[in-house]
Structures are given as C-alpha cells and as structure tokens.
Write a protein that binds this ligand. Structure first.
Ligand code: AKB
Length: 337
C-alpha cells in the first residue's frame, strides 16, 4: 500500500511530538509537520518536511500537498489565551478555519474525504459554579457546553465549524449532488501528562508541573486549591485515542465529537502521590484566582461511554498504572540521567 500523507500542525508541542513519534513507529506515513517553532531534536528526523511559521499565513503552502489525514494540534491553551485573547482567537479559530477550508476544498475537488482530527478539550464545558460541578460528576458531550474561557469558546466553536464543513458545506450546490465532504473527528481531551515534555500555557498544567518539580527536587507552589478535581490522561493514551479515532471506519461513528477519559483526581491526591515517591518534595498550595476560576468551571470528570461503545476506546493507564507503570519509571530515568 502507498504511504498516507499526513499533516501534523503544532508538531513541536507536547501532543505533536508524541504523535509524530508514534506515527513514525507505525510506519506507512509521510509526515509533514508545521509549527511556529522549529522541530525539537526528538522528532526532527521523523518529519519529511517542516513548515515553520504562523499557520494562518502559511496556509497557501499546504494547497500544494495531497493530505489524506490532518491532525490539527496547533493551539493557544487556556491560561495563555486569557492573557492574549484576540491573538488566541486568531490562532485557535482562524487557523482551524483555514485548514478546514483547505480540507473541504481537497475533499470536494479530488472526491476523497480528507480525515480531519481535532483535539478539543474539557475546556469546552463550563459549569456555572462549584456546587453544580460537584453535583454534576461525570458529564456527557452535550451537557454544560457554556465555556468560560476564550480557549473553551474557540474549541467549542471549532467543533461546530468542523461539523459544518463535514455535513452542510456545499449547500450552495443546491441543485446538484452534494460534494464529497471532509471527515471531521474530534476528541475532548482532559489534562494530559507526559513524562518526557512539559506543557505551557494551559491550566491543567499544575498536575504535570507538580510531578516534574517533585522528581527534580524543586519546590512547587500549586496555583489551584488542594480540593480541585478534574480528569487527566497519560500522553500515550491520548495518542492511542487519536490513532484509534483515525482508524475507525466512518460508519461506526455516531457523532463527530467524543469525550475520552482516564482518571479524575484532586490536586491533593497528586501531592500525596508525589510525596510517596519523592518524600522530600516541597509542594504548597497558592491558588491564583483566575486560574482557579478556570478549572472550577471544568467538570470533575467526563463520560466517555460513547467512545467506548462506538470504537472500543479504553485507556491503558488508570491512576495506579499511570503512576507505577508509566510516569514514575520514565521520570526517574529522565531526571536521574
Ligand atoms: C489546558 O489546560 O488549557 C489544556 C486543556 C485542558 O485543554 N491542557
């Protein structure tokens, strides 16, 4: 079989690096990457070509490629997006819109649906207050879709744009057969944690930051309260879910957007786990009101039963396996070196 041509935007970010490595390991893909930044050494040799720069201005370049699959990972995350709101909108919405237009154009012209994989987020939810959050427990995709942040609004709107381009685009051809449309598939990710990279600009970052700091013997003032609870997932599971969703035949999908979950724990439970492995860790709580407000608006946990039913999703790492089989061995290895 010939190679599939894949575009990964935001390739230098955390999900991007892990995804490019996994695609390369699988084989059978020609991987084109793009990012505002140069590629890190971890994936430099795995990319056939890297387009560096602002996606919105670079979009014309991509009309020369015949992509089978697009992973559009480039984004300005929730905390950063609250500080630079209009810039976040431009990156998150305009960048997505431009790529959707490209995928729609190619799908129509070459009569072959381009697969468009989009990481949405628990930030697409918005709980009005802590009481509702505590009472709601796990939430389904259609519940509480009232985001409080620019990033959350951007993610929710881009889900809708993706659905528009995959279902309704081309209504201008009113008297003709509808065109072949792109195949839009999105995952609402919880906070992701990698043992190899650190996030930046997000609000779920306190989880990974606390663990990486503890492993390095650095003090960590956590920017949310000890009782703060949201869901998290190991990076390998995030990549597994993206690839599973890419592979599943369209007819098995009953929707465009799926929750995926692994484990939901509080910041204090993170601290306890960190202390168990690194007894000298100095972790304190020094909540930042704005960042606290953001996580308080995110659900405690999400219901991913539709992903489980439609395409057999199940994470490999529950909370114990996450710490014992993935994070701790990898992180010890990394910092002991
Ligand atoms: C963020 O904190 O902004 C992201 C997310 C939950 O989407 N990690």
């Amino acid at each position: 079989m010939s190679e599939q041509q894949v575009l990964v935007t935001g390739a230098s970010g955390e999900i991007g690096q892990a995804l490019v490595q996994e695609l390369a390991k699988r084989g059978g893909y020609r991987i084109i990457t793009s990012d505002f930044m140069p590629l890190p050494d971890s994936i430099k040799s795995l990319s056939a070509e890297h387009v560096q720069g602002d996606l919105v201005y670079k979009i014309k370049t991509f009309y020369d490629y015949d992509f089978d699959v697009i992973f559009h990972l480039a984004a300005s995350l929730s905390s950063k997006a609250e500080v630079a709101t209009e810039e976040a909108h431009r990156i998150n919405v305009e960048g997505t819109m431009q790529l959707l237009m490209l995928a729609a154009y190619r799908s129509e012209k070459y009569k072959k649906a381009v697969k468009f994989l989009f990481p949405s987020s628990i930030a697409a939810y918005g709980m009005p207050n802590l009481d509702s959050k505590n009472k709601a427990g796990t939430v389904k995709e259609e519940d509480w879709d009232n985001p409080h942040t620019m990033y959350g609004c951007n993610k929710l709107y881009c889900e809708k744009l993706g659905m528009y381009y995959s279902k309704y685009y081309g209504q201008k051809h009113l008297d003709e057969k509808p065109p072949v449309m792109l195949d839009f598939r999105a995952l609402r990710f919880p906070g992701l944690i990698s043992a190899f990279t650190l996030p930046s600009g997000g609000t779920s970052d306190y989880g990974p930051e606390m663990l990486h700091a503890a492993a390095q013997g650095k003090a960590y003032p956590c920017f949310v309260r000890a009782d703060t609870k949201i869901s998290f997932m190991a990076m390998p599971d995030a990549i597994k879910s993206l690839l599973m969703l890419m592979d599943v035949p369209r007819e098995k999908l009953t929707r465009n957007v799926y929750n995926v979950a692994a484990f939901a724990i509080t910041a204090e439970q993170f601290r306890q786990r960190a202390l168990k492995s690194f007894p000298d860790a100095k972790i304190s709580f020094d909540p930042n009101p704005r960042r606290q407000g953001i996580v308080d608006s995110w659900p405690e946990d999400v219901d991913d039963s539709r992903a489980r039913k439609d395409w057999g999703w199940a994470p490999d790492f529950d909370v114990d396996r996450f710490f014992d089989d993935y994070f701790l061995p990898e992180i010890r290895n990394r910092y002991e070196k």
